[in-house]
Design a protein around this ligand. Sequence first.
Ligand code: GTP
Ligand code: ZN
Length: 316
Amino acid sequence: MTGRVYKSTGSWYTVKTELGHIYECRIKGKFRIKGIKSTNPIAVGDIVDFELETDNNQDTGVIHNIHDRKNYIVRKSVNLSKQTHIIAANIDQVFLMVTINNPPTFTSFIDRFLVTAEAYSIKTILLFNKIDTYDEEALNEVRYLAHVYRKIGYECIGISATTGKNVEKVKALMSGKVSMFSGHSGVGKSTLVNAIEPSLNLKTKEISTQHMQGQHTTTFAEMFDLSFDAKIIDTPGIKGFGVVDMDKEEVGDYFPEIFELKQDCKFNNCLHIQEPNCAVKEALDNDEIAFSRYRSYLQIVEGEDENYRTDNWGNE
Ligand SMILES: Nc1nc2c(ncn2[C@@H]2O[C@H](COP(=O)(O)OP(=O)(O)OP(=O)(O)O)[C@@H](O)[C@H]2O)c(=O)[nH]1
Ligand SMILES: [Zn+2]
């Protein structure tokens, strides 16, 4: 049988088949996935093959195969510095929620997030939330940012989780997909998820009660089915989107507008900083690349952005 992992608690995995049957499964043998040194072989979102075993009149599953991952997000393991913990796999899209104020979301944060998502091969959609509260100046800021990010290929939607403005649009985008929601504390993630699926509120509370009883001290992800053929992965306690180690030369590849131009630079190892005949600098001078994006690029390449290179999961 084949199913998707919805939850993992230590050695047991909750797996749901396409027909909607749920089985508690264990792993048989060792799983080694090329290039990943991880503390957990299987993560929420993984597609696995398993066989049923009957034990005390109860059917449990034994997982013997894991399907290739489309993508996955990791965090560094707390104890073993070289190992990573896979938080979730096979994520179709992440909605990055942004607010202009209360709290402010800066472009350096947005761009760092987008770079990480690009490195993970996860599509990002920007949701500008709380538009019901903005004055003309803040709305102009939203319009400007939406223009900047649409131009380089990111879908942008202005929403209000409290009035429901454009929430149907978000639901339409979620249909048939596995989504995650991210953004600073206070941007409205819980409010939006509640607007999308009011009954989900209950489940999230159940989990945190479990936490309080001390059953799980570490954070873990969980997948939820929504009522309209959409799935979300909730990652309680995990803020931000982690970090990916990358070489200076690689950073530009995760800025779509820089990646597109790099073939036109004189040097093929151009870092777009001081080099002569640099197509990126030229585009910047012609206002074809947003200055805020280039500034974020420099911050990451020059390592000014300390948080970028440290593991900042959970302590935003
Ligand atoms: N006016 C207005 N308020 C909103 C909107 N969305 C969320 N809020 C309010 O913003 C506050 C924070 O919202 P939450 O949904 O708790 O934010 P969160 O992103 O889940 O925050 P964390 O759980 O800390 O990560 C709450 O008081 C919400 O009522 C919106 O679209 N408009
Ligand atoms: Zn260049």
